[in-house]
Each structure stands twice: as C-alpha cells, then as structure tokens.
Design a protein around this ligand. Sequence first.
Ligand SMILES: Nc1ncnc2c1ncn2[C@@H]1O[C@H](COP(=O)(O)OP(=O)(O)OP(=O)(O)O)[C@@H](O)[C@H]1O
Length: 310
Amino acid sequence: MGLFSRQRPRHARRQAEPAAERAEPAAETVETVGPAAETAGRQEAGASAYEPEVVQGEVAASTRGLAKVYGHGDARVVALGGVDIAFEKGRFTAVMGPSGSGKSTLMHCAAGLDAPTAGQVFVGDTEIGALKDRQLTELRRDRIGFVFQAFNLIPTLTAEENILLPLSIAGRKPDPAWYDTVIDTVGLRDRLRHKPSELSGGQQQRVACARALVSKPQIIFADEPTGNLDSRSGAEILGFLRRSVDEFGQTIVMVTHDPVAAAYCDRVVFLADGQIVSELLSPGREAVLETMSHLDEMARARRESLPSGV
Ligand SMILES: Nc1ncnc2c1ncn2[C@@H]1O[C@H](COP(=O)(O)OP(=O)(O)OP(=O)(O)O)[C@@H](O)[C@H]1O
C-alpha cells in the first residue's frame, strides 16, 4: 500500500484551544476513525509495530526512508533510522518524543536545513536532495516558514522590518491585504515600530509567526515555539497557529515537548530512537501523556519489526 494512496475521513475542524480545555473528557477527544488510531491503539497494547499514517489530501512535505547518522565508530549515532512521513496540506502536526529521539533532526532535514545520510525529502513535488545550493536557499526562502524557540529576530530592525525581511531579501513586496490580515491576526498593529528588545517574549514570538506567515509559505516548521514563553503567551501563540491553519489553510509542523501544545494539533506523531512509533489524531492532553508513557515499548516493537537497523 502506497504511503499517499489510502483515503480516510477528514478530521473535524479544530477550535483555537486545546482539546483538554474543551468540555468533553480527554478519552473522547481521540478520534478512533482511520488506520492511525487503530494502529496507535494496537501500539499501546504492545501488539504490533507502528505502520505509517496514510494522508488523504494534498501533501505539503514528505520524507521517504529518511536516515541521518552522525559520527563514526564508537561515536556513531543513528539520529533517524529511515522515517517515512507525509504532512498533509492545511493540517497542524506536532512531533513529540523523548530528548534525543530525533525530533529536531527530522525537522531540520525536512526543512532543508540539514542533509540526510540516506532517503529523500520532498517539499510539495520537489525533491530537495536534487537541488543545487542556490535552488535550496530559494526554496527555503520562498516556500518554507520557520518559527524558532529563541524567536531569532534581528535586534536592530523594527517588528515590521523583521516581518518583511524574508520578502525584502527575495526582492518581493507583500500583498497589502494579506499583510494587513496577518498583522491584525497576531495583534501587532500598535507594536510595528518597536524593536524586539521593546517587546515581550510573547510579542516577539508573534512577530516571528507573522514573519513566517507573510510570504504564504507552503509549510511552516516551528521548533518548540512556546518553549521560552509563559503559559498565557504560549496559549496565545498556539491559538494563533491554530487559527492560521483553520482560517488560512496554512500547514504547520511543530516540535514540542508539551502535551498541552500537542493538544492544539490535528495530528501528533511520536518519535522514539529515530523512528516514528505512533501517532494520534486530534488527541487531548491525557491521550498524549498516555502514549508518551509507552514510547519505549513502541520503539522496541518497531525495532523488532524491521529486518535490520540502518
Ligand atoms: N551534530 C550532531 N553530532 C552528533 N550527534 C548529534 C548531532 N545532532 C544530534 N545528534 C544526536 O542525534 C540524536 C537525535 O538528536 P535530536 O537533536 O534530533 O533529538 P531531539 O529529539 O530533538 O532532542 P531534544 O528533545 O533534546 O531537543 C541524539 O542522540 C543527538 O545526540
């Protein structure tokens, strides 16, 4: 069965709040339709190894057999052991897993920031391993948005200049109506002339989100975007990311350690030992926590199901 061929019912649109904060009990927030939920259920029972979810819609980015090995000999580390995953357009996906499980490596390879040891990465239909350096730089600039834990704003530029920087580097002007929509959505209209040092952490991250969104990228990769924020500012950022998926059809992939953050997502993918071992669709915080407590067993089942390691 091809990774991108099987169909399953579309998930219900999510609200701009985590499942755990809505009225229904967490267990009922986990969708049980489709192969992923069934597989995740079997995983939790330890019955068999995980099989990748099959996406139904257009794919924004994907990997096939993605492997990354660092070092040699005694220092050899298999950070990713052959990952197949597709990120569907217009979906908010969280990548979770223990420290060292390969989350950042997956994100960096998928975003063209790091080169894999083996396997392929596609952004849309473009295989990024086949691109020359300059083409890869342009792809990252024009088709991918980034939001980092440490905001990564230029301190000497105003909020507005930071937001427009990727477009200015590309020699492009923003679509005025879209720019207005983004600024109003992140609530930054009265802060546009401020430098990052004059903004709170939450406001700086909203600038970073606006910067990622303004060029209408095919996909946004967010690396622990709430990791440096208090829970209220974190909730604002997550609510904003959620809205940009629901209202603007943006595709977002977010690495997070936080089950509350994951509960804002349509899909949560779990890594352990450089392999995807499980996933949940629209889970609540409790379901995320429950799955995280079984990741070691799942990693073992996954290893045993493979013919040999990478
Ligand atoms: N540049 C590197 N050189 C050697 N090993 C590396 C390098 N980068 C990552 N690794 C190793 O690869 C594995 C996966 O690392 P990665 O940073 O992707 O994990 P992670 O899940 O993002 O961890 P964390 O949650 O702690 O950020 C780890 O064992 C890590 O030590």
